[in-house]
Design a protein around this ligand. Structure first.
Ligand code: PEP
Length: 297
């Protein structure tokens, strides 16, 4: 009996390799859960380092470009008072000096720090920071100018695929190329109900594009992310927060420190448990074998 397996080449992000049989690259998605406060961002870096993550991620926007025009003047109640949605978007951005501080703080804890740039100037901004990789948020899958700017960086790119059709994803992959690409299955419902998780998409994306595929999760709890790892996800990203009751749109579907720590503990156990699919008799089986098997073949 023979079978044909095509090897999908791992992708290097800094010193980490993302691919089958490699350590799962766990990303603590800080996003905008810092609410514009650098001390909260640092605490979330601490949480990620203590939990054993590989990276933290932010969202970088140029608000006057990336905020949809019909949203800009809408009034939003915030902890800093009522303000337009555009002003709120500015309120939660960090500048170059703050990013520099955060990236070097993360590095001092052994973590990569990068962002999903939501517009072309934000790609340049993160390039100036020397980010090891860039991520494409699901909302940006159809932003071809952004994808072209990202492709031009020559950096490994992580492409998320929520809220997108397969045709839109085809076009994004065509623009980015597959030689330095990691994809992420995602469904962008916050919080994600299990029936919309569609985890078998991990295999579909891997077969269709022949690149390493991970999972970006928005569910409550840990099970679905753990199942993603069992289905071969090479990276797992989860939103993290200090406290789910904090103000902000992503807080409620984020993991708190204890949950993130449990997730990574269980991912590391699953990595060992997956094995290589080659049948062998393990040393631990020898005593039960001699005790229990009656007929030797
Ligand atoms: C929203 C983001 O990611 P995803 O689409 O994977 O949820 C992001 O990276 O900014």
């Amino acid at each position: 009996m023979t079978s044909v397996t095509t090897e999908i080449k791992p992708v290097a992000i800094g010193e980490s390799l993302l691919g089958a049989g490699q350590q799962v690259y766990v990303i603590g998605e800080i996003g905008i859960n810092h609410n514009g406060d650098i001390e909260i961002a640092k605490q979330l870096i601490d949480v990620s380092a203590e939990a054993g993550a590989n990276a933290v991620k932010f969202q970088k926007r140029t608000p006057e470009i990336s905020t949809p025009t019909d949203m800009r003047d809408k009034i939003r109640s915030t902890p800093w008072g009522d303000m337009t949605y555009l002003d709120y978007r500015y309120r939660v951005e960090f500048d170059q000096a703050q990013y520099k501080e955060l990236i070097s703080y993360a590095a001092s804890k052994g973590l990569h720090a990068f962002a999903s740039p939501w517009d072309v100037p934000s790609v340049e901004f993160m390039e100036e920071q020397g980010a090891v990789t860039h991520k494409v948020a699901s909302a940006s899958v159809t932003d071809i100018d952004l994808l072209k700017a990202l492709a031009q960086t020559g950096k490994p790119i992580i492409l998320s695929t929520g809220m997108s059709t397969i045709e839109q994803i085809d076009k994004a992959v065509e623009t980015l190329g597959t030689s330095n690409l990691v994809m992420m299955h995602a469904t962008s419902t916050y919080p994600l109900p299990p029936e919309e998780a569609n985890l078998r998409m991990i295999e579909t994306l891997r077969d269709r594009y022949q690149v390493p595929v991970g999972y970006s999760g928005h569910e409550r709890g840990l099970q679905i992310s753990l199942a993603a790892v069992a289905l071969g996800a090479v990276t797992v990203e989860r939103h993290i927060t200090l406290d789910r009751t904090m103000w902000g749109s992503d807080q409620a579907s984020s993991l708190e420190p204890k949950g993130f720590e449990s997730l990574i503990r269980d991912i590391r156990i699953l990595e060992q448990a997956m094995g290589d699919g080659v049948k062998k008799v393990f040393p631990g089986e020898l005593a039960p074998l001699s005790r229990l098997r009656r007929v030797d073949a």
